[in-house]
Design a binder for this molecule. Sequence first.
Ligand SMILES: C[S@@+](CC[C@H](N)C(=O)[O-])C[C@H]1O[C@@H](n2cnc3c(N)ncnc32)[C@H](O)[C@@H]1O
Length: 281
Amino acid sequence: MGLPSDVQREANDIPWFHSIDLGDGVVTPGASGPQLPEDLFPPMEGKSVLDIGAWDGYYSFMAERNGAARVVALDHYAWGVDIAARGAYWTECAAAGTLPDQSRDLTDFWRPELPGRRGFEFAAGVLGSAVEPVLADFATADLSEVGTFDVVLYLGVLYHMKEPLTCLERLRSVTDEVAVIETQAVHLQHLENDSILQFYAGGELNHDYGNWYVPTLTGLHALCRAAGFSSVTTVQGPPPPPVPEPESLRTRIGRRVGRIDRRDHLSAPSSFYRAVVHAHV
Ligand SMILES: C[S@@+](CC[C@H](N)C(=O)[O-])C[C@H]1O[C@@H](n2cnc3c(N)ncnc32)[C@H](O)[C@@H]1O
């Protein structure tokens, strides 16, 4: 590789999802927000790690940097779909009030030269990485060819799945120790103990027609257990409830006569957030 300024210039010509520190002050200009902090992950040293939905490979390279013995970066859509052409089609659909034909991802929007993998390949080259890329649709791939791994990362993928339970069963079957699942989740005020999956069909969620199901935290735990994981630990949950203000005399009287529900003080307002759980085998 050339001078850092040349490497940065080359990196700037690639569309990036992840901001990856390539050393010597070179950072890829990623479109995604900040990545998850390392302390939300289990120890990776000496482990085999599978990163499903790796895209530019931020978490694959993180696992390698933290001493993983082997890392496989698996992806499909972000590597092969012509995102710009599909985006234009989705804009047409939104204007016409129709739902897109999702099968076009694998027909007229599919680019066999994998333009979306350029970022991963560039970063791997600069870092001198041994992360192994695998092109596969995890929802349908032959899992005996994927193999099993101590730690499996499933970050930002679940809500893109049309069949979330089946996909978590498939995740369980490639996991030997622990899967780290990060997903869009919803906190519903006063329903925090309810197992709920919200369904989006019309691109209402972030204008992305590829977003389908959003669980409550209880729903996410239930899905993982139903998929065969033996226990689930929350490492990033919903926003905390607001600190209760000292009750006025009026509120105290209202509560005593049953007009004010105590729960109003204990549950945060409904909101979306990103949940992270460790699902143990
Ligand atoms: C929101 S991005 C998350 C990228 C990265 N894991 C992160 O958390 O920053 C979702 C990724 O999952 C990939 N993906 C979605 N469905 C997939 C599937 N069925 N098989 C493999 N990858 C998939 C997409 O191509 C994309 O790279």
